[in-house]
Structure formats: structure tokens, C-alpha cells
Design a protein around this ligand. Structure first.
Ligand SMILES: *Cc1c(COP(=O)(O)O)cnc(C)c1O
Ligand SMILES: [Zn+2]
Length: 459
């Protein structure tokens, strides 16, 4: 047993590599290098785990399932339960808040709304800090300890900050978070304050914060925890493993995710690719990414490229036209210059999925419908159901297809939005968004008969 552990430890750090994704470069670097883009060409990095893959993949299914009842903190985490597939040694100083293990719900009302036979909702908002960011942050903050860094930093529209603040607190590391001043929901800001992070409110938008982070990343005492960090993607890819377990290893036809900085969609693609390479699934689901109309640079690019015309990775363009002033009430995806767009585009194209945009009205109504299924999510998450409705109407998703929507954040992340929608006062830059599925509180006299009367009227 001890021998086996030692062998496994040697495996991960010696055999996994950081690899530049640009086909013309493909340079490789060791895991211990504190880099976020390829030092040679500036291209995006990915961690190549193919050499740590176990010899007997079939045995993994049972091993992973058995861990669900273990009390070991690593087994209780929905990320570290899959540690055979992660680029860490067995004795790595794991930082965990028992992330992952999120529910896969049926959403019958959401399915009806989209004209689908059925629709499943994977609720990543049920993570410890209320968003999927926790799965990635567990891995990135663990890597910060492995590298011996003192300070972790990120730029954030709110959820990355809340997550990094919590995991840094667990690890005893200093955390500094850069937020666009006045553009973060009160709930997300409150979380970061509570977890003790240094909260820097920057005069500028998210993309300005991201530029600053790239400069700070040159300082050797600082570790950047944005999704440009390839270890974050490693944590987030485990969601694909967990989803396939929950689907009984039956691959859905479509997986649908919101698109902001595009780390999440890239991570799903990587997770599914690794499962296929292991032979644990025989195909990759079509991966569809949905953006908000007012901040949809990748949906624009996708429409320009034309889905059927790109045959190979080499044809992926070098640059993307950023959206200068991104606009959307779905603040988690209010990003004009997505960092991981190349990874994401490659993944979507390989899977045969699509990247589209939906309007503020479509997002708001879809969110209310998801609520009627008894499932609360934040606005960005509702782009999925809004997008599925459009993809069904356009014939890209067929009514009988098996579809999974990934809900990325918790409803209490943005209660103001919810309240305005239902009261009919929601608007973006003075353009009203109607509450088509409004549920307004009523003012009632303090008597039994008054309440019964209203119940009768509403029945
Ligand atoms: C971060 C976030 C997104 C966007 O994910 P990317 O990886 O940046 O594309 C969507 N929804 C919520 C709730 C988020 O926190
Ligand atoms: Zn390179």
C-alpha cells in the first residue's frame, strides 16, 4: 500500500505537464512552473493529464462510487474523489470545503417551456460559496500551497472573489480580490468581506481588473487564481465526471452552459475528452454555450465563422473582437474580452455544439420558469434554459434529446434582480424588462377571511 502510494505520488508531478494549446507552438512545461500563458508564444496553457491516467479505467467507476460513503475529507469532496485524474501528488496539501456533490434535478416546467420531453438541471449553485467556482478554486488554492505562494489574487464579477476568499481563508493564505467598483451584487461582496479577503474596488470594468491581474501575476510572491489558471480548469473538469456518474454513464445529447470568461465550458470539454480517452464514455455530448446579447463576443465570432466550415483547430482565429462596453444584468457573465475563448471555441466545435446569445427578457423569463420548478438560480445561470428554448425552436436540439443545463450560481447571489423582476421594476439602462411570469407579493388585512379569499381567487 505504501509502495503504491509512493508510486502514485511520483506519477502525478513527474508525468503531468503544462502544454501550450496553440498548434504551431505546443511547448511543454513542468507543473512546478508558476505560469498562466505560454512563456514562449503567449498562448493558452492546458494541463496534459494523459500520462497519469490509470491502467484500469473500468475499476475507477467502482472506486469513485465507493468513495461516496467514505468519511475521508478527500472522498467527501466532489473534486478530490476523482483524484486519479488530477495533476497532484498523493500527499498534496488539499484545500477543500467539500465542494462538488451537487444535485442533478429534473425540471419538468423548464422542459415544457423549452418544448422538450425532459430537461435535467445540474445545480452548481449548491457548492459551499454558492457557485461552480468552488470546484476550480479547491484545485487552484491547493496548487498555491504546493508552489509555496503567500498571496492569491483574482479579478472577479463577484463569484470568483467569494470563492477565492473562502478557500484562501481555509488555506491560511492572503487573498486580494479586484472588483469593478459598483458592479458587484451586495451578496457577493458581503461573502468576500466575511471570508477576510482584501477587497479592492477598482474604477473600471471587469476587463480592466483582468488586465491588472495579468500585470500582478509577474510578481513572484503572487499566484493568480482566475480561470486563465490551468489548475482551476482541472478542478472544474471533475463536474463532467460527477455528471456522468449521475447519468449512469449514459452520455446526454446536449450539455448547455452559460459563457462568460469561458473557463467553465473549457473545463467541461476537457473532462469529457478525458473520459472518452479512458473509454469510460464512447462519445462527447454536444457542448452549447449561451451568452447574454449585450456581452456576447464569442457568439458573434461563432456566427461569423459558420459552424460547419471549421475543420481543424488550425483554423481557429488568433484574435477575438472584444465587446467594449458589455451590458447585461447577468453580472456573472458581463465580460467583453473572455480570457479562455480559444479553449472554449475549440471544445464547442469539436463537440458539434453551438454558441448563441439570448436577450435580457429571455434570461429573466427563463429564470422565473426555473424558479417554478422549485430551483433558484442566478440570472447568468438562466441563459441556459433561455438558450435551450431557442436551440429547440431552431431545430438544433430535438424535442426527444437528452439535455442537461448547468446552473452555475445560487438564487441568493442576486436577490435584488429577483425582486425587481417580480415587482415589474426590472430594467437595463432604462430599458424595461417585463415580468412575464411575475409573482407580486400582496398586501393583505390581518384576518383569516382575507387570506382565504385571496387563496380562493388565486386557485
Ligand atoms: C463565473 C460564472 C459564470 C461564467 O463562467 P465562465 O467560466 O467565466 O464562462 C456563469 N455563471 C455564474 C453564476 C458564474 O459565477
Ligand atoms: Zn506556446
Amino acid at each position: 500500500m505504501i509502495q503504491k502510494t509512493a508510486r502514485a505520488a511520483e506519477k502525478a508531478s513527474a508525468k503531468a505537464l503544462q502544454r501550450c494549446l496553440l498548434p504551431a507552438c505546443g511547448a511543454t512545461y513542468s507543473l512546478s512552473e508558476r505560469i498562466y500563458v505560454c512563456p514562449r508564444c503567449g498562448g493558452p496553457l492546458e494541463i496534459d493529464c494523459s500520462l497519469i491516467a490509470p491502467d484500469n479505467p473500468e475499476a475507477l467507476r467502482k472506486l469513485w462510487r465507493d468513495r461516496a460513503v467514505s468519511r475521508d475529507p478527500r472522498d467527501a469532496s466532489g473534486v478530490w474523489r476523482y483524484r486519479e485524474m488530477l495533476p497532484f501528488d498523493d500527499d498534496a496539501p488539499i484545500v477543500t470545503l467539500r465542494e462538488g456533490n451537487t444535485p442533478l434535478y429534473d425540471g419538468p416546467r423548464s422542459a415544457d417551456y423549452c418544448a422538450l420531453g425532459s430537461l435535467r438541471l445540474k445545480h452548481q449553485g449548491c457548492n459551499p460559496t454558492g457557485s461552480f467556482k468552488d470546484t476550480g478554486m479547491s484545485a487552484a488554492v491547493t496548487q498555491a500551497l504546493v508552489l509555496g505562494t503567500r498571496t492569491v489574487v483574482c479579478a472577479s464579477t463577484g463569484n470568483t472573489a467569494a470563492s477565492l476568499a473562502a478557500y484562501a481563508a481555509r488555506a491560511g493564505l492572503q487573498a486580494a480580490i479586484l472588483l469593478p467598483h459598483g458592479q458587484i451584487t451586495a451578496a457577493k461582496l458581503a461573502q468576500s468581506m466575511d471570508y477576510g479577503a482584501l477587497v479592492c474596488e477598482i474604477d473600471g470594468n471587469f476587463d480592466d481588473c483582468m488586465r491588472l491581474i495579468q500585470q500582478l501575476g509577474d510578481d513572484p510572491s503572487i499566484y493568480v487564481a482566475n480561470s486563465i489558471n490551468p489548475f482551476r480548469i482541472e478542478g472544474q473538469k471533475t463536474v463532467a465526471f460527477e455528471l456522468m456518474e449521475q447519468c449512469g454513464w449514459q452520455v446526454p445529447d446536449h450539455v448547455v452552459v452559460p459563457g462568460g470568461n469561458m473557463g467553465n465550458s473549457s473545463a467541461f470539454g476537457k473532462g469529457f475528452s478525458e473520459l472518452r480517452a479512458l473509454g469510460l464514455i464512447d462519445r462527447i455530448p454536444k457542448l452549447n454555450v449561451i451568452q447574454a446579447e449585450g456581452s456576447a463576443p464569442l457568439a458573434h465570432l461563432f456566427a461569423e465563422l459558420g459552424n460547419d466550415q471549421i475543420a481543424s483547430d488550425a483554423e481557429i482565429p488568433d484574435a477575438i473582437e472584444p465587446v467594449e462596453h458589455p451590458r447585461t444584468l447577468a453580472t456573472a457573465i458581463k465580460i467583453g474580452a473572455p480570457v479562455s475563448w480559444q479553449k472554449s471555441l475549440r471544445t464547442v466545435l469539436r463537440s458539434g455544439g453551438r454558441i448563441i446569445a439570448v436577450s435580457e427578457q429571455e434570461i429573466a423569463d427563463a429564470k422565473a420558469i426555473i424558479g417554478r420548478d422549485g430551483i433558484g438560480c442566478e440570472p447568468a445561470s438562466a441563459t441556459t434554459v433561455a438558450g435551450i428554448k431557442k436551440l429547440v425552436a431552431a431545430g438544433h436540439i430535438r424535442p426527444a434529446d437528452a439535455v442537461v443545463a448547468v446552473l452555475t450560481g445560487h438564487v441568493l447571489k442576486d436577490p435584488d434582480y429577483v425582486s425587481h423582476y417580480h415587482r415589474g421594476t426590472l430594467s437595463l439602462e432604462s430599458q424595461p424588462i417585463s415580468g412575464a411570469f411575475r409573482n407580486v407579493p400582496v398586501h393583505v388585512a390581518a384576518t383569516k377571511s382575507a387570506i382565504l379569499e385571496i387563496l380562493e381567487r388565486r386557485r
